[in-house]
Design a protein around this ligand. Sequence first.
Ligand SMILES: Nc1nc2c(c(=O)[nH]1)N[C@H]1C(S)=C(S)[C@@H](COP(=O)(O)O)O[C@H]1N2
Ligand SMILES: [Mo]
Length: 309
Amino acid sequence: MSKKYNLDKESAVTDEKIFINRRKIMASVFSFPFIFNTNMLSASTKRLTFRKDLEYSTNEQTNTLKQISSYNNFYELGTGKRDPMLNADKLKSDNWKLTIDGLVENPFVLDSDNLINKFPLEERIYRLRCVEAWSMVVPWIGFELKNIVNMAKPLHNAKYVAFESILDRENLPGQKRNILNWPYKEGLRIDEAVNPLSLIAVGLYGKVLPNQNGSPVRLIVPWKYGFKSIKSIVRISFVDKEPICTWNEQTPNEYGFYSNVNPYVDHPRWSQKRERRIGEFRKRDTLLFNGYGEFVSNLYSGMDLEKNF
Ligand SMILES: Nc1nc2c(c(=O)[nH]1)N[C@H]1C(S)=C(S)[C@@H](COP(=O)(O)O)O[C@H]1N2
Ligand SMILES: [Mo]
């Protein structure tokens, strides 16, 4: 049974109100409609119904909605951290179709309505650790990726899950240049995909995802570096070979297929030992598997994590 959940963190609610009020004030004083992100408005009206997960959620202080939606990596909307917010309305996230196909008994398509209504939604408060050594804590809303795997019924030869983001060169400013080999792609082993931590997110802070966070549907893999958590997914394919992953394809010596958060394996150009939580000054120690080892370390037993980085 899913029950309605009231945000118990006053700060979160307040922060969002301030954010919206500020927009209103700015909108009445200036008339530059292009600086406003129309998605923030629609996102603030579409509430989701979900239950609150306690098993996998961290009880650490969450980052504010403003922090979470104004400091992003989403190269389809530009390479600067504020570009995704400023260009958010360029992502056409309505009337979405997510195709599930490949080596499965039951290929299917989820539309926008299915994405928020087909599977029971949960709030999962997860740490997200970017490979650039910053981190956030985000109250995601979503369902376990395992739901999709179970419904698709993978064939015996399916070993990996490949994910593909939207390709829309006409509207997405970042796709007008070949800064990456578009569309953005990611992949997991099937056993990683069915781990209960692997989440398909459709919202955060109680509402549908802001465009800059990967609306309307994205992956969250909290024990891996942020770039594995692919945004605005249009296809999930079951395959028999290790799928192409965008950053691994781009710079294989810097970004491996696994990309597990690991303080003992440095990025060739910087250390991964510490991280800065957005909003904090002092750095924190980075934890192996981003602190999720009790749930995922068994997936890698016997593997050399320095080679399989
Ligand atoms: N399609 C797509 N997905 C993406 C990216 C991207 O550029 N394009 N950036 C990744 C990186 S590097 C990070 S750190 C996270 C950031 O997610 P957030 O902006 O919601 O915090 O998204 C990941 N997913
Ligand atoms: Mo990242």
